[in-house]
Write a protein of this length. Structure first.
Length: 389
C-alpha cells in the first residue's frame, strides 16, 4: 500500500509541475504576442506614414546623370534637403529657404554635408535663355524637380534622393524627438513665426530648443555678421543635432510617431524599405562623423539704382574643389555619367572636404555658370540687403 501511495504522490507532483510549466509557457506566449503585436502595429503605422510622405520625381528613381538606379545599401548616394518657405505665399509656389546636400557612403559609414546659400546666382535647369537668378527661385519655378536638376548642374553630381520639409513639419519633428541641443554662437533674438509680436531670445552657449525656437534659430540672418553663411552654419548645426537625437533609444522606440508627424509636412522619394535599411547601416552614427563643406564667394549687386538685387557669386576655385570632394565621395566621374562610373565599385580612401581660403575674383567655375561683366564686391560674407526676397 505504501508503495502505491508514493506513486500517486509522485504522479500528483508531476501533474502540478506540468500545469505550472504550461501556465508559464502560456503567459510567455501571450507576452510575446503582445510585444510582436505592438511591434507590428508600430511597423504598420510607420509604413503607412512613410507611404503618405513618398512622392517620386518626374524623372523616376534614376538621376539623369546615372545609367541605373543607385543601390543605397551598397553604393554612395546623395540626398538634397529642401526647407520650403511658403508662409508668404500661403502655401503656393514657395521658395527653398534652405538647401543642404548630403552625400553618404554606406560601406565606410561616412557623410559629407554642404549648405548652398539661397542667393547663389545660377542658371536654372529649365531656363534656355542663358540668364541667371537665385537658386532658391528654382522651387517656385518648377518645384522639387527643377530644384534637384538645378543643383545637379551646379555641383555636377547626381542627386539621387530628396526631402522637402516646410516650417510646420520642421517644428513638429523637432518637438516629437524632444527638442534639440545647440551651441549658440552669440546673443541674438528673432521673432516667432507663430506670433510676430513675440521675440525669442538666444544666449551664447548651450541651449535646448523646441520646434518654434529651433525654427527662429535657423531663420535669423540680419543680426549675424556672416549673413547667410552664419545662417547656413546654424541650419547644419540643427540637422546635426537632429541626427544625434534621432539615434537615441527613446526616439528609435517611437519611430512610428515621428514618421506620422513627418508625413503631414514632408515629401521624399526615399522608400520605406530603403529608410529601414539605412537606419540599420547608420545605427549609432553621430554628427561627429559628419564632414562639413562650405561654398565661399563674393557679393554681387545687379540692376539700376535702388532696384539693385543682391546675389552670392561662388568663387570658381573653391567651387571646383567642393565639386571634386563630393564627386570623389560618391565615386562618381562626370565624364562617365553615361556609363555610371565604374569606380563606384572600388572603395578606396576618399578625400576629406576642406574649406578653402576665399579668393574674390568674382569669377565662376568653368561650367555653364560663368560670370558676366557686372561688378561684384570683394566681401566674402553674405549681405542682408535683398530687395527681391
Amino acid at each position: 500500500m505504501a508503495e502505491r501511495v508514493r506513486v500517486r504522490v509522485r504522479k500528483k507532483k508531476k501533474s502540478k509541475r506540468r500545469k505550472i510549466l504550461k501556465r508559464m509557457m502560456l503567459l510567455f506566449a501571450l507576452a510575446l504576442l503582445v510585444v510582436v503585436g505592438l511591434g507590428g502595429y508600430k511597423l504598420y503605422k510607420t509604413i503607412n506614414a512613410a507611404d503618405d510622405s513618398y512622392d517620386a520625381l518626374s524623372r523616376g528613381d534614376k538621376s539623369n546623370l546615372r545609367s541605373k538606379v543607385v543601390d543605397m545599401k551598397k553604393k554612395p548616394f546623395s540626398i538634397l534637403f529642401m526647407g520650403i518657405e511658403d508662409y508668404a505665399t500661403k502655401g503656393q509656389k514657395g521658395r527653398s529657404d534652405s538647401l543642404i546636400v548630403v552625400t553618404l557612403d554606406p560601406k565606410n559609414k561616412t557623410m559629407k554635408m554642404l549648405s548652398i546659400p539661397r542667393d547663389t546666382r545660377v542658371q536654372l535647369a529649365g531656363d534656355t535663355t542663358g540668364s541667371k537668378t537665385k537658386i532658391n527661385a528654382a522651387f517656385s519655378k518648377g518645384g522639387k524637380d527643377e530644384t534637384v536638376e538645378t543643383v545637379e548642374h551646379f555641383l555636377q553630381i547626381p542627386i539621387d534622393k530628396y526631402v522637402t520639409v516646410d516650417f510646420d513639419g520642421f517644428k513638429d519633428v523637432i518637438n516629437e524627438v524632444g527638442g534639440i541641443d545647440v551651441d549658440v554662437p552669440f546673443d541674438f533674438d528673432e521673432k516667432s513665426d507663430v506670433d510676430e509680436s513675440k521675440r525669442i531670445y538666444f544666449k551664447k552657449g548651450e541651449m535646448h530648443l523646441n520646434g518654434e525656437e529651433a525654427l527662429a534659430y535657423a531663420r535669423m540672418r540680419k543680426q549675424d555678421k556672416r549673413g547667410d553663411f552664419g545662417r547656413n552654419d546654424r541650419q547644419k548645426q540643427i540637422l546635426n543635432a537632429l541626427i544625434d537625437q534621432m539615434s537615441s533609444a527613446s526616439n528609435i522606440a517611437k519611430i512610428d510617431k515621428i514618421a506620422e508627424k513627418a508625413s503631414e509636412n514632408v515629401e521624399t522619394n526615399i522608400r520605406i524599405t530603403e529608410g529601414l535599411a539605412l537606419q540599420q547601416i547608420y545605427s549609432g552614427f553621430t554628427s561627429k562623423k559628419i564632414d562639413t563643406l562650405s561654398i565661399t564667394g563674393s557679393d554681387l549687386y545687379l540692376g539700376l539704382g535702388a532696384k539693385k538685387t543682391y546675389y552670392f557669386e561662388p568663387d570658381a576655385t573653391n567651387l571646383e574643389k567642393v565639386k571634386k570632394t563630393l564627386q570623389e565621395h560618391l565615386h562618381y566621374k562626370p565624364e562617365e555619367s553615361s556609363t555610371d562610373s565604374t569606380t563606384s565599385d572600388s572603395y578606396g580612401t576618399d578625400s576629406s572636404g576642406t574649406n578653402e581660403s576665399t579668393t574674390t575674383d568674382g569669377s565662376t567655375s568653368g561650367s555653364s555658370y560663368s560670370n558676366d561683366s557686372s561688378t561684384s564686391s570683394n566681401s566674402t560674407t553674405n549681405s542682408t540687403t535683398d530687395s527681391s526676397y
